[in-house]
Design a protein around this ligand. Structure first.
Ligand code: HEM
Length: 373
């Protein structure tokens, strides 16, 4: 009882007072839950209303921050359970933090349910372990490797477009209605599966589907993960999440083992100048060199599993959301759509082949459109 009062009432009250003395306020801390109940109500309300075609997505995407900024100003605390987060919305302060004060802002340690979805990889690692993993994965992100990966991405996109036009032929129409966000999400899952698992694409697809299934529970996990003790409740969502997590792990460990034993191409064979290294291969090169569990510089098969999950999470949703929003904006502004299309035909049209990494430098307008959206 003493611990509960101390952790869930005494500490939050002291923190609240500490910040209040500096003029930083917060929505009222609710015992145990913090502001989670209000966050959930405001988010549900915002997402249930239809949105006008507008660039102003802030009130919908982060409705609680939008409301509390109006009430408490540009800087305020939000309580995720008994954990406070300082919310900063002033661009000049954000810039100062990134450029000169970043050492004072540690990554937060996400709850287990969140780690299950995001993977305990680069996104969530800190300090020496993060630096070590970063070094290991660097060869995959080298420019020479990215150049070899670009045709794989282009081909996957081409195949998806051919499938779309076949569907149009089937219904005998020049128009077809698709849910763009789902289409891009599936395209990205396909691309990330190919670049992560290479020749084990088919097995990778199983993992990708499991991961997508896992992410479907993300909203619930993110909302509840901060409620102390929630993870111990046997809810059906947490049971499913645990089960999928186990399945992904076991499937990946078996795949790693099979690849290590397979003789079609040794896992530590260097990638040649036509074939890119897939991410699994890059990581297995490092994992093969150290299996000592207590060595801080070890990179175990468990680390490979977590990094695969992280790449899926970090690579698919971000990029598909960005492409979906770009498509919406181009549909709203047909003049930009026409100019971007003209530029692509000018740069790549004569060759009648998909864009390469080298073409990107000449696709200035397309780059501008994607970066600004
Ligand atoms: C529009 C697309 C993307 C956006 C907006 C985006 C955004 C971000 C941001 C903001 C971070 C920093 C997160 C933090 O430190 O808390 C990050 C990290 C990361 N992203 Fe992306 N990302 C995108 C695409 C991708 C893709 C395609 C991949 C992989 C194929 C990827 C993999 C990663 C990884 C591994 C990290 C962790 C890096 C590290 O800590 O060393 N991202 N991304």
């Amino acid at each position: 009882m003493k611990v509960v009062v101390h952790d869930f009432w005494w500490i939050p009250t002291r923190i609240e007072n500490h910040f209040m003395q500096q003029g930083i306020n917060s929505p009222k801390y609710e015992y145990f839950l913090g502001n989670l109940r209000e966050i959930s109500i405001l988010s549900l309300k915002a997402s249930s209303e239809s949105m006008p075609l507008s660039h102003d997505i802030f009130p919908r995407a982060l409705s609680f921050i939008h409301l509390w900024k109006k009430i408490y100003g540009k800087m305020f605390l939000i309580w995720f359970g008994p954990t406070p987060r300082l919310t900063i919305t002033d661009p000049s302060i954000i810039k100062e933090i990134f450029f000169s004060k970043s050492q004072y802002f540690e990554k937060y340690d996400p709850p287990l349910q969140v780690k299950r979805i995001e993977g305990d990889g680069l996104l969530n690692l800190k300090g020496d372990k993060w630096a070590h993993h970063r070094r290991i994965m660097q060869p995959f992100f080298r420019m020479e490797n990215l150049k070899l990966i670009t045709p794989i991405m282009a081909k996957t996109m081409e195949e998806a477009l051919v499938k779309l036009s076949k569907n149009m032929n089937k219904i005998g129409s020049l128009e077809i209605e698709i849910e763009v966000s789902v289409w891009f999400q599936s395209l990205l899952e396909d691309i990330i599966t190919k670049i992560t698992f290479g020749r084990n694409y088919e097995e990778g697809l199983v993992i990708s589907k499991l991961q997508a299934h896992q992410t479907a529970h993300a909203t619930e996990a993110y909302q509840n993960a901060f409620i102390p003790g929630y993870r111990f409740l046997p809810t059906s969502a947490s049971r499913v999440s645990r089960r999928i997590s186990k399945e992904i792990r076991n499937y990946l460990l078996k795949l790693i083992d099979r690849r290590r034993r397979s003789d079609d191409r040794s896992y530590d064979e260097a990638p040649n100048d036509r074939q890119p290294a897939d991410l699994l291969e890059v990581m297995m090169n490092a994992a093969g060199k150290s299996h000592r569990r207590n060595d801080p510089t070890a990179f175990t098969d468990e680390d490979v599993v977590e990094e695969c999950k992280t790449i899926f999470f970090a690579g698919t949703h971000t990029t598909s959301a960005m492409l979906t929003w770009t498509a919406v904006l181009l549909a709203m502004h047909n003049n930009w759509q026409d100019e971007a299309r003209d530029e692509i035909f000018r740069v790549c049209g004569a060759r009648d082949a998909p864009p390469t990494k080298d073409d990107l430098a000449n696709l200035k307008l397309v780059q501008y459109v994607t970066i600004t959206s």
